[in-house]
Design a protein around this ligand. Sequence first.
Ligand SMILES: Cc1cc2nc3c(=O)[nH]c(=O)nc-3n(C[C@H](O)[C@H](O)[C@H](O)COP(=O)(O)OP(=O)(O)OC[C@H]3O[C@@H](n4cnc5c(N)ncnc54)[C@H](O)[C@@H]3O)c2cc1C
Length: 420
Amino acid sequence: MDRIVVVGGGLAGGRTVVELREQGFSGAITLVGAEEHRPYDRPPLSKAVLSGRTDDTTLPFDLDGVELLLGRHATGLRPGVLETDGGPIEFDGLVLATGAAPVRLPGSADQRVLRTIDDARALRETLRPGARLVVVGAGWIGAEVATHAAAHEVAVTVVEAGASPLLALGPVVGGHTVPWYSAAGIDLRLGAAVAQIRSDGVELAGGEFLPADAVVVGVGVRPDVSWLESSGLALDRGVVVDEWMSAVPGAGGAGGYRPGSVVGAGDCTAWWSRRYERRMRVEHWECAQESPRVAVATLLRTLAGGQPSSESPDDIYNPVPYFWSQQFGRMIQFAGLPGPDSTLVLRGDPTAVAPPGAKKAPGWSAGWFAPDGRLVALATVARPLDMVAGRRMLLADAAPDVARFSDPGIALKELAPQPA
Ligand SMILES: Cc1cc2nc3c(=O)[nH]c(=O)nc-3n(C[C@H](O)[C@H](O)[C@H](O)COP(=O)(O)OP(=O)(O)OC[C@H]3O[C@@H](n4cnc5c(N)ncnc54)[C@H](O)[C@@H]3O)c2cc1C
């Protein structure tokens, strides 16, 4: 009987187990996870858990019959054997799903990050009215933490080295979120580099000191793959995998690994994108949710004696990346990949202010258009229907009329290809 070992007990690891059973694997499954928890969902950590609306985000995966080795770290890999801090584990097939870990800054060990449910519960305890919080980084996580802290009457300062928040969306779109901070009573410092984190606050490069009761660092994550350094597998800011999510040999050759018997899924992978003809790595929930289907299909084809590759387009992982965030009372969604030569087109007025008593913030969207007229990326703020239609356009490589796109009175679905 074949044994498949899944390393990493997050969303991608949990979804892998579900896919293994759904795709008919009846052999032994072992799930090795560094955390003591069963797979749980991370997006609510910076939303419902921080706000106190929930304390448990365990995912409803059926893990019956799965050998769960929780609190166990994988420490190394060689063909057919996973090394762990609890001893070696032999496998016929292996799924790498060790996710990503937050980057920390030089200085005090007291700096907080937000990656685990334990981080979220501990941080929530510090968000007391009157407390002083410095958030380093005005990216997705920093903005969500600041949102909840400000709502709890915490005095919040956000320090961002770049010229605008949400730099992933570029300075124009990110710049339109600046007023959200002042409206929430947050002191936003842009272009401010951190010299060091101290236990009592943050020292900026210019010498200014920002006193704080707690410091949260949200400056990005790195794939958790250092334990694979001497595995012989290729690593390039993640586990290098092909379109079928099969791990690729390193420069010295990965002698002994049967092609297709080691696959990857989720945040830890750097996959080859047929759509964009480049290697991609994202830290998006949807990647951890969807990529296990492809990884498992590849692994099971291989274990059944077939080729890891396949001609079917359904067998490759080829998404249009998608991400969402909830901040300052707004749902932001982003899909696609802007190019350096893209033109930004706004849809609606990002500077519009909600009239007194309005329950919802005014919505707007922004599209990035390639020189040939194709829509290549879309950001929406409180306009979820734009995103539904926009994702159809992105998948179809559609080139909507720019004048009509920029008119928020015209439903985007009128410009989108109709579902088959
Ligand atoms: C606070 C927060 C909010 C987020 N909000 C959003 C959002 O709104 N929208 C969105 O699209 N995405 C969001 N994300 C990102 C999304 O949650 C991740 O993309 C997703 O969780 C990745 O899942 P994963 O299983 O690949 O990795 P992870 O969830 O990181 O799971 C990997 C697991 O592997 C374990 N592990 C690591 N190394 C080892 C080892 N050597 N041995 C054994 N186990 C190991 C880790 O401890 C971890 O439990 C958010 C993330 C965070 C942290």
